[in-house]
Design a protein around this ligand. Structure first.
Ligand code: BES
Ligand code: ZN
Length: 636
């Protein structure tokens, strides 16, 4: 029925996204879709009731127990009584063991508080409902995490670079903070926090907060995050970490065997920071450091404030993959300062960040490189479009009833960026930069919806420069699938040359060893590989590998791309390397395509299962979920 009524559906979506609708449309939406209309700003991924009782500050006191793979201690939450009559504080939890809850009035004594853990809800965990007296200012929850907490990865010494000490890291985005802290796990609630973390004395703990450089390594560490942040940015890492400064405000934490190479690879971080400040206003978080994680980290990077978490797979030796640092740094404005109010609005975080990232890359490394990186991103978007349903090609995606981890695509990233490029082109860079800078200032330390952004855009850019881009046009970008016809697409001359050489080679006009790759950067290689035909003759693969030793490439992006091609074409000579790669690396973007390609044939599926059995113990819970969806597709 819905498919027969696209006009209605779209009208309802547009109208609600702008928060400007009244009940007749809402009734119509329900009639057509059988669902209640989306309420912009309502977070469907949290049980919390911040409109009644709102958490403003968190005090964490945690022991890190590597033997049991458990965090235990308490979380103290300061609450604001938004609704004076509200007596129940609802928190999000997932697989937490709640031992005891207390509350106290301002300056008063602790009193036991009644609490109840509600039923488990798929994707969301369990609500923790706490009875709070009218005068309660603070609630204290004593709890323990579960060894399988979705937001924690516990690594044995053997799974680290140093090999002698265990490692722990958190990954809270999107809704995993609740698996290690009971809190209001919605990006609309911002809180300051302080923490005390106790670890084995030989280890160092770091957090997305003030990290005291040179703090004595004594197993007890204190942190303070004085700026209010959403829960998904609370982060902790514990390991045998060393610190290497890169500049006045920037440095790297990593295991000792990695720290020097990391500091050299990311030496341009300080410059990136200065450039972003010039473009979009002051950096408001104090220091900007990086924490290099073990290779099982499931993402490229995570923008935890003051301390981005980074995969070691971007330490390529030639700075070829440092756009990732530009990306995570850019989040200090787009995301950490101005935050999506719900996961439906993720594009406000990621699309703006990819745009700012690209501006940083242009300023630090020049137009030539920026164009190649933009083009690679665009191609990746087109590949996603081939597989996605229409409903997931819109920027403001309807996530009700779904796990945000399952809807992780290039759409909020690359389509989001293309919308901003479109606006930049039409209004001119100067005007657009001024607008963006004002946007970051006006919404600093706030969380906003797509509708709020559109209203702001209208008032501060479209209206004052009327007749250039209409609101109807912008809504097309935000609420319709695909890309508008007049999108401004990236173009790289360098890639045109690569296309020409590839064609000559495929057409038999030149041999592999005669391709002059001496000036090729990693980006050119990626473009060359990513655009090979699906099917390639065995001899061509062998010739390419012999000429350029692709199977042995130490660049993780090139290796991933090449291994995928090899699997697709049954080039089994790579299988040892494939196994080493899949066991050694847990970054989802690099290994998910390899499992997906393997399972396309029966033989490949067997290989995938065999390797996965070895690799699984080293994977993050998120990667395990992803891999098992591919390997056992019928399993719920
Ligand atoms: N914030 C994201 C990672 C994320 C997004 C985690 C949504 C969970 C839910 C981070 O900034 C990111 O986008 N990382 C990308 C790298 C980037 C260069 C596109 C990644 O990890 O691949
Ligand atoms: Zn990002």
């Amino acid at each position: 029925m819905l498919e027969n009524q696209p006009g209605w559906r779209l009208a309802a979506l547009l109208c609600f996204a702008l928060g400007a609708c009244v009940s007749p449309e809402s009734e119509r939406y329900s009639e057509v879709t059988g669902k209640s209309a989306p309420q912009p700003g309502r977070d469907h991924h949290s049980f919390a009731n911040p409109d009644a009782l709102r958490v403003t500050h968190l005090l964490l006191d945690l022991d890190v127990d590597f033997e049991q793979s458990v965090l235990s201690g308490y979380a103290e939450l300061e609450i604001e009584h938004v609704d004076r009559d509200a007596r129940k504080l609802i928190l999000d939890t997932r697989a937490l063991n709640i031992e005891r809850v207390e509350s106290r009035g301002a300056g008063g004594a602790w009193r036991e508080a009644g609490f109840e853990l509600g039923e488990e809800v798929e994707h969301l965990g369990r609500p923790l409902v706490i009875e709070v007296p009218a005068d309660a200012a603070t609630v204290r929850v004593h709890y323990r995490t579960s060894p399988s907490a979705s937001g924690l990865q516990w690594l044995t010494p053997a799974q680290t670079a140093g090999g002698r000490h265990p490692f722990l890291f958190t990954q809270s985005q999107a809704i995993h903070a609740r698996s290690w802290i009971p809190l209001q796990d919605t990006p609309q609630v911002r809180m300051t926090y302080v923490a005390t973390v106790r670890t084995p004395p030989e280890l160092l703990a770091v957090m997305s907060a003030s990290n005291q450089i040179g703090t004595p390594r004594d197993g007890e560490y204190r942190f303070e995050m004085p700026q209010p942040i959403p829960s998904y940015l609370i982060a902790l890492g514990v390991g045998d970490l060393a610190f290497e400064p890169m500049g006045e405000r920037t440095g790297v934490y990593a295991e000792r065997p990695v720290v020097e190479a990391a500091a050299a690879e990311f030496a341009d971080t300080g410059r990136m920071l200065e450039i972003t400040e010039k473009l979009f206003g002051p950096y408001r978080w104090g220091r900007y450091d990086l924490l290099i994680l073990p290779p099982s980290f499931p993402f490229g990077g995570m923008e935890n404030p003051r301390l981005s978490f980074i995969t070691p797979t971007v330490i390529a030796g030639d700075k070829s993959l440092v756009a990732l640092i530009a990306h995570e740094l850019a989040h200090s404005w787009s995301g950490n300062l101005v935050t999506n109010a719900t996961w439906r609005d993720l594009w406000l975080n990621e699309g703006f960040t990819v745009y700012v990232e690209s501006r940083i890359m242009e300023a630090v490394y020049g137009m030539h490189r920026k164009r190649m990186e933009d083009a690679l991103g665009y191609q990746s978007l087109l590949e996603d479009f081939e597989e996605l349903e229409d409903r997931d090609e819109v920027l403001a995606v309807d996530l009700r009833g779904r796990d945000p981890d399952d809807v992780f695509t290039d759409v909020p990233y690359e389509k989001g960026r293309l919308l901003l490029v479109y606006l930049e082109q039409h209004f001119g860079r100067e005007t657009f930069d001024r607008f963006l800078r004002g946007y970051f200032d006006d919404f600093a330390f706030r969380s906003i919806t797509t509708g709020q952004f559109l209203a702001y855009l209208d008032e501060h850019l479209l209206e004052p420069h009327a007749g250039i881009v209409s609101m109807a046009k912008v809504k097309k970008w935000v609420f319709e699938p695909g890309l508008p016809r007049d999108a401004v697409l990236p173009h790289s001359d360098a890639f045109v040359n690569i296309d020409a050489v590839r064609s000559r080679w495929l057409g038999g006009k030149i041999a592999a060893q005669d391709i002059d790759t001496s000036q090729w950067t990693v980006h050119e290689w990626l473009h060359f590989l990513n655009n090979l035909p699906d099917e390639l003759d065995h001899e061509l693969l062998v010739a390419l590998d012999e000429a350029f030793a692709l199977t042995d490439s130490s660049n993780a992006e090139i290796a991933s791309s090449w291994l995928e091609i090899a699997i697709r074409n049954g080039y089994e000579q790579v299988y040892d390397r494939l196994e080493e790669f899949l066991v050694g690396i847990g970054r989802r973007k690099l290994i998910e395509p390899l499992y997906k390609t393997l399972v396309k044939t029966d033989e490949g599926r067997e290989t995938a299962l065999r390797i996965y059995a070895k690799a699984k113990s080293g994977y993050h819970p998120l990667m395990i979920t992803t891999a098992e969806k591919i390997l056992y597709p019928t399993k719920p």
